[in-house]
Design a protein around this ligand. Structure first.
Ligand SMILES: [Zn+2]
Ligand SMILES: [Zn+2]
Length: 271
C-alpha cells in the first residue's frame, strides 16, 4: 500500500502524509496542533500512530506543531542537527538526527534529505523511496541546483514549489525588501523556474507533478498551471500530469499507480 497525501501546502502551513503497510510518516508539521490532529484523524492516522515526523527547515510554516505532537503523542522527530537546534527540538527525547545526504530506513520507506537554497539554517528537500517508487518533495528554495536536478530526475512524483509569478510579485503589495527576498536565490521558486526544472530534469512524460507552496498574494492556481504547462508543452512534455496542492486543506492523493491513458492535463483549477 502506498498512500501519499497533501494535507496543506503554503505559507500558512505545510504537511504531507505518507502511509504504507508498515509506517505512517509526516513530512513537515506546519499546522497548529488541533488542526493537524484533526486532519490526521480524518485520514485514519491518529497522531499517536505516526511513525515519525520529518522536518525540512525551521520556518514556522514547516515546523508548526512538531514539538507539541512529538511530546504529546511520543512521536519521533527527524531533522538535521542544525535544524533540530534552530527549531528548539534538540532537547526532545524523541528527536533524532537525519543526516543530509544519508539514506535512512523508516519501516519500508527510505528517506534521503538533500540541501536546498533557502534562507534557513540548513534547509532540505526529501527524496523518498517507497514500494519501488520515488517521491521528491522540494519546496522553499530560491534557485535550482544539482541536488534538486538529481532528485527531480529520480522521481515518479515531483512535489515542487511554484511559489510566485514574478509580475504579480513586483506589482503587488510586498515592500521592496520582501520582494527581493522572495525572488532571490535563497527565497522561493517562481512558476517559470519550477517549469524549467521539470522540463530539464523529469525522467519521462508519465511523471506526476504537484505544484506546491503557492503564494496567496503573488500567484494563482490558474497562472501557475498555465505557466508551467505552457513551458512543458513547448519542451515536448505535454503528457505530464500537473496538479496543484491546495494551500489550506487536504487535497491531492498519490498511490504510485500507473495512470489511465486519456486524462486531462489540467488539474483542479480555480481563480
Ligand atoms: Zn515555507
Ligand atoms: Zn521557508
Amino acid at each position: 500500500m502506498l498512500y501519499f497525501r497533501s494535507l496543506a501546502s503554503g505559507s500558512s502551513g505545510n504537511a504531507y502524509l505518507l502511509r504504507t503497510e508498515t509506517i505512517s510518516l509526516l513530512f513537515d508539521a506546519g499546522l497548529r496542533r488541533p488542526a493537524l490532529e484533526k486532519v490526521l484523524e480524518a485520514e485514519g492516522v491518529p497522531a499517536a500512530r505516526l511513525g515519525g515526523i520529518l522536518i525540512s527547515h525551521e520556518h514556522r510554516d514547516h515546523l508548526g506543531s512538531a514539538a507539541e505532537i512529538a511530546l504529546r503523542h511520543d512521536v519521533p522527530v527527524w531533522a538535521n542537527d542544525e535544524v533540530l537546534r534552530a527549531a528548539g527540538l534538540e532537547g526532545l527525547n524523541s528527536a533524532a538526527v537525519l543526516e543530509v545526504g544519508r539514506p535512512m530506513l523508516l519501516g519500508d520507506v527510505e528517506v534521503t534529505s538533500f540541501p536546498v537554497s533557502h534562507d534557513a539554517v540548513r534547509p532540505v528537500g526529501f527524496l523518498v523511496r517507497v514500494g519501488g517508487k520515488v517521491i521528491t518533495i522540494a519546496t522553499d528554495l530560491g534557485k535550482p541546483d544539482g541536488h534538486l536536478a538529481e532528485a527531480v530526475a529520480a522521481a515518479d512524483l515531483v512535489v515542487l514549489e511554484a511559489n510566485h509569478d514574478p509580475e504579480m510579485l513586483h506589482s503587488g503589495r510586498y515592500p521592496p525588501h520582501l520582494q527581493k527576498r522572495v525572488a532571490g536565490p535563497t527565497g522561493h521558486l517562481a512558476n517559470y523556474q519550477a517549469a524549467e526544472v521539470l522540463a530539464q530534469h523529469v525522467k519521462s512524460d508519465v511523471v506526476d507533478v504537484w505544484l506546491a507552496h503557492l503564494s496567496r498574494n503573488n500567484n494563482t492556481q490558474t497562472l501557475a498551471l498555465r505557466t508551467v504547462i505552457g513551458i512543458l508543452r513547448a519542451s515536448g512534455l505535454a503528457r505530464l500530469r500537473v496538479e496543484i496542492a491546495r494551500r489550506d486543506r487536504p487535497s491531492l492523493i498519490w498511490s504510485g499507480q500507473a495512470r489511465p491513458q486519456q486524462l486531462s492535463l489540467f488539474g483542479e483549477e480555480c481563480a
